[in-house]
Write a protein that binds this ligand. Structure first.
Ligand code: VJV
Ligand code: CA
Ligand code: ZN
Length: 393
Protein backbone atom coordinates (compact mmCIF):
# COMPACT_ATOMS: atom_id res chain seq x y z
CA UNK A 1 0.00 0.00 0.00
CA UNK A 2 2.88 2.38 0.77
CA UNK A 3 5.23 0.66 -1.66
CA UNK A 4 6.37 -1.54 1.20
CA UNK A 5 7.93 -4.64 -0.33
CA UNK A 6 10.15 -7.32 1.10
CA UNK A 7 13.72 -6.50 0.12
CA UNK A 8 15.11 -9.21 -2.22
CA UNK A 9 17.70 -11.48 -0.64
CA UNK A 10 17.62 -9.46 2.58
CA UNK A 11 15.89 -10.40 5.82
CA UNK A 12 14.80 -8.20 8.69
CA UNK A 13 13.40 -9.91 11.79
CA UNK A 14 11.18 -7.95 14.19
CA UNK A 15 10.98 -9.19 17.76
CA UNK A 16 8.07 -7.92 19.85
CA UNK A 17 7.16 -8.68 23.44
CA UNK A 18 3.61 -7.39 23.86
CA UNK A 19 3.56 -8.70 27.43
CA UNK A 20 6.07 -6.01 28.39
CA UNK A 21 3.70 -3.27 27.31
CA UNK A 22 1.13 -3.76 30.04
CA UNK A 23 3.54 -3.24 32.94
CA UNK A 24 3.65 0.01 34.89
CA UNK A 25 6.60 1.57 36.72
CA UNK A 26 4.16 3.85 38.56
CA UNK A 27 1.82 6.72 37.70
CA UNK A 28 4.32 9.49 36.93
CA UNK A 29 7.48 7.43 36.36
CA UNK A 30 9.07 8.55 33.06
CA UNK A 31 9.51 4.97 31.71
CA UNK A 32 6.28 4.04 29.91
CA UNK A 33 6.29 0.49 28.50
CA UNK A 34 3.20 1.32 26.37
CA UNK A 35 5.47 3.39 24.09
CA UNK A 36 6.21 -0.05 22.57
CA UNK A 37 2.50 -0.45 21.76
CA UNK A 38 2.48 2.97 20.09
CA UNK A 39 5.62 2.05 18.10
CA UNK A 40 4.22 -1.29 16.94
CA UNK A 41 0.95 0.35 15.88
CA UNK A 42 2.79 2.96 13.78
CA UNK A 43 4.98 0.27 12.18
CA UNK A 44 1.81 -1.68 11.37
CA UNK A 45 -0.14 1.30 9.99
CA UNK A 46 2.66 1.85 7.49
CA UNK A 47 2.40 -1.81 6.40
CA UNK A 48 5.96 -2.64 7.43
CA UNK A 49 5.25 -6.11 8.88
CA UNK A 50 4.77 -7.35 5.26
CA UNK A 51 8.46 -6.73 4.65
CA UNK A 52 9.79 -8.49 7.78
CA UNK A 53 9.74 -11.79 9.65
CA UNK A 54 7.68 -11.02 12.76
CA UNK A 55 8.18 -12.89 16.02
CA UNK A 56 6.53 -12.85 19.41
CA UNK A 57 9.32 -13.25 21.91
CA UNK A 58 9.36 -15.75 24.73
CA UNK A 59 10.62 -14.91 28.20
CA UNK A 60 14.33 -15.52 28.76
CA UNK A 61 14.99 -18.34 31.26
CA UNK A 62 16.75 -17.93 34.60
CA UNK A 63 19.79 -19.75 33.13
CA UNK A 64 19.93 -17.32 30.22
CA UNK A 65 19.83 -14.30 32.55
CA UNK A 66 22.47 -16.02 34.69
CA UNK A 67 24.97 -15.77 31.78
CA UNK A 68 25.61 -12.21 33.05
CA UNK A 69 23.65 -11.63 36.26
CA UNK A 70 24.50 -13.17 39.65
CA UNK A 71 22.29 -15.75 41.36
CA UNK A 72 21.84 -13.57 44.46
CA UNK A 73 20.54 -10.70 42.34
CA UNK A 74 18.27 -12.84 40.15
CA UNK A 75 16.81 -14.67 43.15
CA UNK A 76 15.85 -11.38 44.79
CA UNK A 77 14.53 -9.94 41.50
CA UNK A 78 12.36 -13.02 41.00
CA UNK A 79 10.82 -12.97 44.47
CA UNK A 80 10.73 -9.32 45.61
CA UNK A 81 7.20 -7.95 45.94
CA UNK A 82 6.09 -4.34 45.63
CA UNK A 83 5.32 -4.52 49.36
CA UNK A 84 9.06 -5.03 49.94
CA UNK A 85 9.54 -1.46 48.71
CA UNK A 86 12.22 -0.14 51.04
CA UNK A 87 12.18 3.12 52.95
CA UNK A 88 8.46 3.69 52.77
CA UNK A 89 6.53 5.03 55.71
CA UNK A 90 5.59 1.56 56.96
CA UNK A 91 9.15 0.14 56.61
CA UNK A 92 11.50 2.94 57.63
CA UNK A 93 14.37 0.52 58.40
CA UNK A 94 14.19 -1.59 55.27
CA UNK A 95 17.44 -1.36 53.31
CA UNK A 96 17.69 -1.00 49.54
CA UNK A 97 18.99 -4.31 48.15
CA UNK A 98 20.66 -4.38 44.75
CA UNK A 99 19.38 -0.82 44.18
CA UNK A 100 15.88 -2.30 43.78
CA UNK A 101 12.89 -0.39 45.08
CA UNK A 102 14.04 3.23 44.88
CA UNK A 103 12.27 5.76 42.68
CA UNK A 104 14.40 5.04 39.56
CA UNK A 105 14.07 1.23 39.78
CA UNK A 106 10.82 0.57 41.64
CA UNK A 107 9.49 -2.87 42.48
CA UNK A 108 6.23 -3.37 40.59
CA UNK A 109 3.85 -6.27 39.88
CA UNK A 110 5.18 -8.55 37.15
CA UNK A 111 8.66 -7.00 37.29
CA UNK A 112 10.46 -10.32 36.70
CA UNK A 113 8.18 -11.12 33.78
CA UNK A 114 8.81 -7.66 32.28
CA UNK A 115 12.59 -8.13 32.57
CA UNK A 116 12.70 -11.65 31.18
CA UNK A 117 10.47 -10.66 28.21
CA UNK A 118 12.80 -7.76 27.37
CA UNK A 119 15.82 -10.07 27.54
CA UNK A 120 13.99 -12.77 25.55
CA UNK A 121 13.35 -10.24 22.79
CA UNK A 122 17.07 -9.32 22.53
CA UNK A 123 18.26 -12.94 22.81
CA UNK A 124 15.89 -14.01 20.01
CA UNK A 125 17.27 -11.18 17.89
CA UNK A 126 20.86 -12.28 18.60
CA UNK A 127 20.07 -15.89 17.68
CA UNK A 128 18.59 -14.82 14.31
CA UNK A 129 21.84 -12.96 13.60
CA UNK A 130 23.99 -15.93 14.70
CA UNK A 131 22.06 -18.39 12.51
CA UNK A 132 22.19 -16.07 9.49
CA UNK A 133 18.39 -16.04 9.49
CA UNK A 134 18.34 -12.24 9.53
CA UNK A 135 20.59 -9.46 8.25
CA UNK A 136 19.08 -6.97 10.72
CA UNK A 137 17.17 -8.02 13.84
CA UNK A 138 15.00 -5.44 15.61
CA UNK A 139 14.37 -5.59 19.40
CA UNK A 140 12.71 -2.33 20.52
CA UNK A 141 11.86 -3.91 23.89
CA UNK A 142 15.57 -4.21 24.72
CA UNK A 143 18.38 -1.69 25.09
CA UNK A 144 18.47 -1.47 28.89
CA UNK A 145 22.13 -0.46 29.06
CA UNK A 146 22.58 0.57 32.73
CA UNK A 147 21.89 -2.79 34.46
CA UNK A 148 24.92 -4.33 36.22
CA UNK A 149 25.77 -7.93 37.13
CA UNK A 150 24.28 -7.55 40.63
CA UNK A 151 22.52 -4.19 40.51
CA UNK A 152 19.60 -2.40 38.93
CA UNK A 153 20.30 1.14 37.71
CA UNK A 154 18.52 3.93 35.83
CA UNK A 155 15.23 2.13 34.98
CA UNK A 156 17.24 -0.98 33.90
CA UNK A 157 17.11 -4.30 35.79
CA UNK A 158 18.44 -6.88 33.30
CA UNK A 159 21.12 -5.98 30.77
CA UNK A 160 19.61 -7.59 27.67
CA UNK A 161 22.33 -6.00 25.50
CA UNK A 162 25.16 -7.73 27.37
CA UNK A 163 23.25 -11.04 27.11
CA UNK A 164 22.73 -10.57 23.35
CA UNK A 165 26.38 -9.61 22.73
CA UNK A 166 27.51 -12.71 24.68
CA UNK A 167 25.43 -14.72 22.16
CA UNK A 168 26.99 -12.91 19.20
CA UNK A 169 30.49 -13.67 20.57
CA UNK A 170 29.82 -17.41 20.13
CA UNK A 171 29.95 -16.85 16.35
CA UNK A 172 31.45 -13.44 15.64
CA UNK A 173 35.07 -12.65 16.58
CA UNK A 174 34.55 -8.90 17.11
CA UNK A 175 31.37 -6.99 18.02
CA UNK A 176 31.00 -3.21 17.80
CA UNK A 177 28.53 -1.79 20.35
CA UNK A 178 27.19 1.69 19.53
CA UNK A 179 24.92 3.65 21.90
CA UNK A 180 23.01 6.79 20.80
CA UNK A 181 20.84 7.05 23.93
CA UNK A 182 21.35 10.47 25.58
CA UNK A 183 22.74 8.63 28.66
CA UNK A 184 26.13 6.89 28.92
CA UNK A 185 26.00 3.14 28.17
CA UNK A 186 27.87 2.35 31.41
CA UNK A 187 26.59 -1.20 32.05
CA UNK A 188 27.64 -2.49 28.63
CA UNK A 189 30.99 -0.69 28.80
CA UNK A 190 31.73 -2.17 32.22
CA UNK A 191 30.70 -5.71 31.24
CA UNK A 192 33.21 -5.80 28.35
CA UNK A 193 35.89 -3.61 29.93
CA UNK A 194 38.53 -6.37 29.88
CA UNK A 195 38.13 -7.81 26.40
CA UNK A 196 39.19 -6.66 22.94
CA UNK A 197 36.44 -8.74 21.33
CA UNK A 198 33.89 -5.98 22.02
CA UNK A 199 34.47 -2.30 21.36
CA UNK A 200 31.91 -0.03 23.04
CA UNK A 201 31.12 3.49 21.80
CA UNK A 202 28.64 5.77 23.56
CA UNK A 203 27.49 9.25 22.51
CA UNK A 204 25.85 11.01 25.47
CA UNK A 205 25.29 14.16 27.44
CA UNK A 206 28.14 14.43 29.92
CA UNK A 207 27.91 16.62 32.98
CA UNK A 208 28.98 14.70 36.08
CA UNK A 209 27.09 15.43 39.31
CA UNK A 210 24.24 16.88 37.24
CA UNK A 211 23.34 14.35 34.56
CA UNK A 212 22.92 10.60 35.04
CA UNK A 213 25.00 8.40 35.34
CA UNK A 214 27.97 10.80 35.46
CA UNK A 215 30.47 8.43 33.78
CA UNK A 216 31.74 8.36 30.17
CA UNK A 217 34.35 11.13 30.03
CA UNK A 218 36.44 11.54 26.88
CA UNK A 219 39.47 9.92 28.52
CA UNK A 220 37.51 6.88 29.74
CA UNK A 221 38.88 4.43 27.14
CA UNK A 222 39.14 1.14 29.00
CA UNK A 223 41.62 -0.19 31.57
CA UNK A 224 44.75 1.92 31.75
CA UNK A 225 46.98 -1.15 32.15
CA UNK A 226 49.02 -1.95 28.99
CA UNK A 227 48.55 -5.67 29.53
CA UNK A 228 44.80 -5.60 29.61
CA UNK A 229 43.36 -6.52 26.19
CA UNK A 230 40.40 -4.20 26.86
CA UNK A 231 42.62 -1.11 26.91
CA UNK A 232 41.58 1.46 24.26
CA UNK A 233 38.41 -0.54 23.47
CA UNK A 234 35.96 1.83 25.16
CA UNK A 235 35.19 5.05 23.27
CA UNK A 236 33.19 7.89 24.83
CA UNK A 237 31.78 10.94 23.11
CA UNK A 238 30.74 13.42 25.83
CA UNK A 239 28.40 16.13 24.54
CA UNK A 240 26.63 19.22 25.83
CA UNK A 241 22.99 20.36 25.61
CA UNK A 242 21.40 21.22 22.30
CA UNK A 243 23.50 19.31 19.74
CA UNK A 244 21.96 19.50 16.24
CA UNK A 245 21.36 16.88 13.52
CA UNK A 246 24.16 18.31 11.34
CA UNK A 247 26.79 18.19 14.10
CA UNK A 248 25.70 14.80 15.44
CA UNK A 249 25.56 13.15 12.03
CA UNK A 250 29.01 14.44 11.01
CA UNK A 251 30.48 13.33 14.35
CA UNK A 252 28.81 9.92 14.16
CA UNK A 253 29.94 9.17 10.60
CA UNK A 254 33.50 10.33 11.26
CA UNK A 255 33.89 8.30 14.47
CA UNK A 256 32.05 5.15 13.45
CA UNK A 257 33.71 5.22 10.00
CA UNK A 258 37.19 5.39 11.60
CA UNK A 259 36.33 2.63 14.09
CA UNK A 260 35.00 0.40 11.33
CA UNK A 261 38.23 0.79 9.32
CA UNK A 262 40.51 0.23 12.26
CA UNK A 263 38.65 -2.38 14.36
CA UNK A 264 36.95 -4.26 11.50
CA UNK A 265 33.98 -5.55 13.54
CA UNK A 266 32.14 -8.66 12.36
CA UNK A 267 28.75 -7.58 13.77
CA UNK A 268 27.12 -4.42 15.15
CA UNK A 269 24.87 -4.00 18.21
CA UNK A 270 23.21 -0.55 18.01
CA UNK A 271 21.30 0.86 20.99
CA UNK A 272 18.82 3.41 19.59
CA UNK A 273 17.68 5.18 22.77
CA UNK A 274 15.20 7.84 21.60
CA UNK A 275 15.77 10.20 24.54
CA UNK A 276 18.41 11.93 22.39
CA UNK A 277 15.54 13.45 20.36
CA UNK A 278 14.46 17.08 20.74
CA UNK A 279 11.58 17.50 23.16
CA UNK A 280 12.32 14.37 25.20
CA UNK A 281 11.12 14.62 28.80
CA UNK A 282 14.58 13.68 30.15
CA UNK A 283 16.84 14.47 27.18
CA UNK A 284 18.80 17.62 26.35
CA UNK A 285 19.63 17.35 22.64
CA UNK A 286 18.07 18.97 19.55
CA UNK A 287 18.03 15.87 17.32
CA UNK A 288 15.20 15.32 14.88
CA UNK A 289 13.87 11.92 13.81
CA UNK A 290 15.90 12.20 10.57
CA UNK A 291 19.19 12.89 12.39
CA UNK A 292 18.65 9.99 14.80
CA UNK A 293 17.71 7.73 11.90
CA UNK A 294 20.76 8.81 9.88
CA UNK A 295 22.91 6.94 12.44
CA UNK A 296 20.96 3.73 11.80
CA UNK A 297 21.21 4.31 8.05
CA UNK A 298 24.98 4.80 8.23
CA UNK A 299 25.43 1.60 10.28
CA UNK A 300 23.30 -0.31 7.78
CA UNK A 301 25.52 0.97 4.94
CA UNK A 302 28.51 -0.81 6.51
CA UNK A 303 26.87 -4.07 5.42
CA UNK A 304 27.43 -6.00 8.67
CA UNK A 305 24.90 -8.17 10.52
CA UNK A 306 23.22 -5.90 13.05
CA UNK A 307 20.83 -5.84 16.01
CA UNK A 308 18.78 -2.68 16.69
CA UNK A 309 17.85 -2.29 20.36
CA UNK A 310 15.50 0.25 21.91
CA UNK A 311 16.49 2.00 25.15
CA UNK A 312 15.46 5.33 26.64
CA UNK A 313 12.77 7.57 25.22
CA UNK A 314 10.34 9.49 27.45
CA UNK A 315 8.07 11.35 25.04
CA UNK A 316 6.22 8.29 23.70
CA UNK A 317 4.93 9.92 20.47
CA UNK A 318 8.51 10.73 19.42
CA UNK A 319 9.82 7.33 20.48
CA UNK A 320 7.22 5.72 18.20
CA UNK A 321 8.16 8.06 15.33
CA UNK A 322 11.89 7.35 15.61
CA UNK A 323 11.61 3.58 15.99
CA UNK A 324 9.01 3.29 13.20
CA UNK A 325 11.25 5.37 10.89
CA UNK A 326 14.27 3.24 11.86
CA UNK A 327 12.30 0.05 11.16
CA UNK A 328 11.62 1.47 7.67
CA UNK A 329 15.36 2.10 7.24
CA UNK A 330 16.09 -1.53 8.20
CA UNK A 331 13.74 -2.81 5.46
CA UNK A 332 14.91 -0.14 3.00
CA UNK A 333 11.51 1.57 2.77
CA UNK A 334 12.49 4.92 4.34
CA UNK A 335 12.45 6.76 1.01
CA UNK A 336 9.03 5.37 0.12
CA UNK A 337 6.90 5.81 3.22
CA UNK A 338 4.82 9.00 3.30
CA UNK A 339 5.78 11.67 5.76
CA UNK A 340 2.18 12.06 6.87
CA UNK A 341 1.12 9.57 9.53
CA UNK A 342 -1.49 7.21 7.94
CA UNK A 343 -5.13 8.31 8.34
CA UNK A 344 -6.08 4.96 9.90
CA UNK A 345 -3.23 4.89 12.47
CA UNK A 346 -4.56 4.18 15.96
CA UNK A 347 -3.99 6.98 18.49
CA UNK A 348 -3.34 9.32 15.55
CA UNK A 349 -4.38 12.40 17.61
CA UNK A 350 -1.83 11.35 20.19
CA UNK A 351 0.95 12.39 17.80
CA UNK A 352 -0.36 16.02 17.93
CA UNK A 353 1.29 16.86 14.58
CA UNK A 354 0.46 14.48 11.72
CA UNK A 355 4.02 14.28 10.41
CA UNK A 356 6.64 11.59 11.06
CA UNK A 357 9.26 14.36 11.15
CA UNK A 358 8.24 17.18 13.49
CA UNK A 359 10.31 20.36 13.34
CA UNK A 360 12.20 21.51 16.44
CA UNK A 361 9.46 24.08 17.04
CA UNK A 362 6.83 21.34 16.87
CA UNK A 363 8.82 19.17 19.31
CA UNK A 364 9.26 21.74 22.06
CA UNK A 365 8.19 25.18 23.11
CA UNK A 366 11.63 26.67 22.76
CA UNK A 367 14.58 24.85 21.13
CA UNK A 368 17.49 24.38 23.53
CA UNK A 369 20.55 26.56 23.23
CA UNK A 370 23.30 24.61 21.44
CA UNK A 371 26.29 24.42 23.80
CA UNK A 372 28.50 22.32 21.49
CA UNK A 373 31.16 24.40 19.73
CA UNK A 374 32.59 23.01 16.48
CA UNK A 375 36.04 23.49 18.03
CA UNK A 376 35.20 21.16 20.95
CA UNK A 377 33.73 18.58 18.57
CA UNK A 378 36.97 18.64 16.54
CA UNK A 379 38.95 18.01 19.74
CA UNK A 380 36.74 15.01 20.52
CA UNK A 381 37.30 13.59 17.02
CA UNK A 382 41.07 14.09 17.36
CA UNK A 383 41.13 12.28 20.73
CA UNK A 384 39.16 9.32 19.33
CA UNK A 385 41.48 9.01 16.31
CA UNK A 386 44.45 9.03 18.72
CA UNK A 387 42.91 6.19 20.75
CA UNK A 388 42.31 4.16 17.62
CA UNK A 389 46.03 4.21 16.78
CA UNK A 390 46.49 1.87 19.77
CA UNK A 391 43.93 -0.63 18.45
CA UNK A 392 45.51 -3.67 16.77
CA UNK A 393 44.31 -4.41 13.29
O1 VJV B 1 19.43 11.05 38.05
C1 VJV B 1 19.08 9.99 38.52
C2 VJV B 1 19.29 9.62 39.99
C3 VJV B 1 18.64 10.42 40.97
C4 VJV B 1 18.01 9.77 42.16
C5 VJV B 1 16.54 9.44 41.88
N1 VJV B 1 15.78 10.67 41.52
C6 VJV B 1 14.37 10.34 41.21
C7 VJV B 1 16.38 11.31 40.33
C8 VJV B 1 17.85 11.66 40.62
C9 VJV B 1 20.08 10.47 40.89
N2 VJV B 1 18.48 9.04 37.76
C10 VJV B 1 18.16 9.25 36.39
C11 VJV B 1 18.08 7.91 35.68
C12 VJV B 1 17.95 8.04 34.20
C13 VJV B 1 17.82 6.66 33.55
C14 VJV B 1 17.89 6.70 32.04
C15 VJV B 1 17.70 5.32 31.46
C16 VJV B 1 18.10 5.19 29.99
O2 VJV B 1 17.33 6.07 29.19
O3 VJV B 1 19.44 5.53 29.76
C17 VJV B 1 17.92 3.75 29.49
C18 VJV B 1 16.56 3.18 29.58
C19 VJV B 1 16.87 9.99 36.30
N3 VJV B 1 16.66 11.04 35.51
C20 VJV B 1 15.35 11.41 35.69
C21 VJV B 1 14.82 10.56 36.64
N4 VJV B 1 15.77 9.68 36.99
C22 VJV B 1 13.44 10.55 37.15
C23 VJV B 1 12.98 9.44 37.84
C24 VJV B 1 11.68 9.43 38.34
C25 VJV B 1 10.83 10.52 38.14
C26 VJV B 1 11.32 11.64 37.44
C27 VJV B 1 12.63 11.65 36.95
C28 VJV B 1 11.18 8.31 39.05
C29 VJV B 1 9.89 8.35 39.53
C30 VJV B 1 9.09 9.46 39.28
N5 VJV B 1 9.56 10.52 38.61
C31 VJV B 1 7.66 9.48 39.77
CA1 CA C 1 24.69 6.89 24.84
ZN1 ZN D 1 18.64 7.28 28.31
Amino acid sequence: EYGIVRPKGYTVSFHAAPEMEKHHFGQTHPMKPWRLTLTKSLVTSYGMPFAMDNYLSRAATYEELNAFHSNEYLDYLATAEPEDQPRDIDNPDKEVKFNLGGSDCPLFYGLYNYCSMSAGCSLDAARKICNNQADIAVAWGGGLHHAKKSEASGFCYINDIVLAILQLLRIYPRVLYIDIDVHHGDGVEEAFFSTDRVMTVSFHKYQPEVFFPGTGSLDDNGPKSEHNPGAHHAINVPLNDGITDEQYEALFKNIIGAINERYRPSAIALQCGADSLAGDRLGRFNLRVQGHGACVKYCKSLGLPMILFGGGGYTPRNVARAWAYETSIAIGADTRIPETIPEHAPWREHFIHDTLFPTLEQSMNEPRHNRNSDKRLREIVAHVHEQLRFVEH
